[in-house]
Design a binder for this molecule. Structure first.
Ligand SMILES: [Zn+2]
Length: 198
């Protein structure tokens, strides 16, 4: 049986979402079409709102409806400490449970020789500018515990070397290859509290 173009297009669009293979896309498509009112209508509305209202913060890289994002704008937060994370899901993980009251910087990935990701592909130069212009006193590296992330950390340490900023990294508790997103608040909180000077 040939699926209609409309169905085929939806499967194709869904299969482009990270973590969705073709089979998940087919399953989701059937589930959506079978529950049209209950699932498709709110999905259209949510997608529309996100498409129209969400912007990327030019300072830290977070997603928000306001620019700069509400974290960067929050004067109650300590702007002398910047926590460097690789992606937005890590930032959101740190934000769960109000563990950290500084600001963030999202690198937008980690360096990878295999995937051809070089320093210019990441938001690293802007980190140095922030450290200098905002008189930042401490940079906390909260990158995943992978070899590529270690290489990225070394690159950042080298990049910030002449700024004299204090650089720390999360303490043990972040599992090897594990990402912040998978950790509970208690583990993240301990990893921040016991962070080590580099
Ligand atoms: Zn921001």
């Amino acid at each position: 049986m040939q699926k209609s173009d409309d169905i085929q297009n939806l499967i194709k669009a869904l299969s482009k979402i990270q973590g969705f293979g073709n089979r998940s896309a087919i399953r989701a498509t059937i589930n959506l079409i079978s529950n049209r009112e209950e699932k498709i209508a709110p999905l259209i509305e949510a997608l529309n709102n996100v498409y129209n209202n969400i912007k990327t913060c030019p300072i830290c890289g977070n997603f928000d409806t306001v620019v700069p994002c509400s974290i960067c704008q929050d004067e109650k937060r300590n702007s002398k400490i910047i926590c460097v994370v690789s992606d937005i899901s890590s930032l959101w993980a740190m934000e769960r449970g109000n563990i950290f009251d500084g600001k963030y910087h999202i690198t937008g990935g980690i360096l990878s020789a295999i995937n051809g990701i070089e320093p210019d592909d990441l938001n690293l130069a802007s980190l140095k500018n922030r450290v200098i212009n905002e008189n930042v006193e401490e940079v906390i590296l909260a990158l995943p515990a992978t070899i590529d992330a270690k290489i990225t950390s070394h690159y950042i340490i080298n990049l910030l070397k002449d700024t004299n900023v204090k650089i720390t990294e999360l303490a043990h508790g972040v599992p090897l290859g594990g990402e912040l997103d998978y950790l509970d608040e208690g583990t993240i909180g301990e990893a921040i509290k016991q962070r080590k000077l580099i």
